[in-house]
Design a protein. Structure first.
Length: 320
């Protein structure tokens, strides 16, 4: 397929890495995955360019099970020969959602020691869309609409399986961003709401079919605190503070997306807007930074107050 991974002469190392991974974790198995080759935005339309890969290829190209020098060679050779340092990577697409309860909490799960990645970290309900659910016998997606539907359906399915929350209580997921971690693993990030309260979610989690994946459930405030380092209790401070030691990379990216969304809603604090602006700069989202800054300056004009305009942003994004 057009957006599939390009093979590399060292691909024997993929099988070796997968066997090492499987030897160290009981619940590791191979399965087809979608490959996120690229994301493009134009005319208010977001396009995900998706091919096919597998969990085996992910482990063998984008995880610590493969020696670092070999992973670096994949990136280097892709850049030199194909113009993309991702051409030889699996780029297996994952999904994660920020799940908001009816009484204003975000649902977080502490990953158990039995999972293959991020054991002990806090994250939202997550998983992978499954190409087999939209394939026509040979494993090829039937059409783009079916693949798109599976990407959105997958996060609802994973949420229900990991939290025990009934599918009927969940809203349609809202895509709020995409991210890629340092190993080249991409995720689509969503915001989903449930009609259940935090107490009802906690009760439902006791019967979750995939309860083995987490060791505990926790709740953070869905409203960003003025200063997550000083003004909030855990796990709110951990989530909104995006603490690398306690929160997975995907969940930190989701928090950044939520901050950027909150920054342009009525009632957001100056501190929250500053945090959102920092997130936009960190992720090289120039247009998002411009929107946040313009919104902040418009509020100054309306309210007659003052605001701090970070010099690094004003100089980096000319024309704000």
């Amino acid at each position: 397929m057009q957006f599939d991974r390009t093979p590399h002469p060292s691909d024997a190392g993929i099988d070796a890495a997968f066997e090492r991974k499987r030897a160290g974790a009981a619940r590791v198995w191979d399965a087809p995955k979608f490959r996120l080759a690229d994301v493009a935005a134009a005319n208010d339309r977001l396009t995900l360019r998706v091919g096919l890969t597998s969990y085996r290829e992910h482990v063998g190209t984008s995880s610590s099970a493969r020696p670092l020098d070999e992973r670096r060679a994949l990136r280097r050779d892709g850049a030199r020969s194909l113009g993309s340092n991702r051409a030889h990577l699996a780029m297996a697409l994952g999904v994660e959602t920020a799940l908001r309860t009816a009484d204003g909490a975000l649902v977080l799960l502490r990953r158990s020691e039995r999972v293959a990645d991020f054991a002990g970290a806090l994250n939202g309900p997550s998983g992978h869309p499954e190409p087999d659910r939209v394939s026509a016998g040979g494993g090829t997606p039937m059409d783009g609409a079916s693949a798109r539907r599976e990407i959105f359906d997958a996060i609802l399915r994973e949420t229900a399986e990991e939290t025990g929350v009934p599918l009927a209580s969940l809203s349609r997921p809202k895509l709020i961003g995409t991210m890629m971690d340092a190993n080249g693993k991409p995720d689509a990030l969503f915001l989903t709401t449930t009609t259940l309260s935090r107490d009802e979610v906690a009760a439902a989690a006791k019967g979750a079919t995939d309860a083995w994946e987490s060791s505990a459930i926790a709740f953070a405030s869905a409203t960003p605190p003025s200063d997550p380092k000083e003004d909030a209790e855990e796990p709110t401070s951990v989530f909104w503070g995006r603490r690398a030691a306690s929160v997975s990379a995907v969940t930190r990216a989701a928090a950044d997306c939520l901050l950027m969304l909150a920054a342009t809603t009525p009632g957001s604090s100056a501190a929250a807007r500053d945090d959102a602006l920092d997130a936009a700069v960190e992720h090289d989202l120039a247009e998002v930074a411009r929107i946040i800054e313009r919104d902040a300056l418009e509020r100054v004009a309306v309210e007659g107050g003052t605001t701090r305009v970070p010099v690094r942003v004003a100089s980096r994004f000319a024309g704000i």
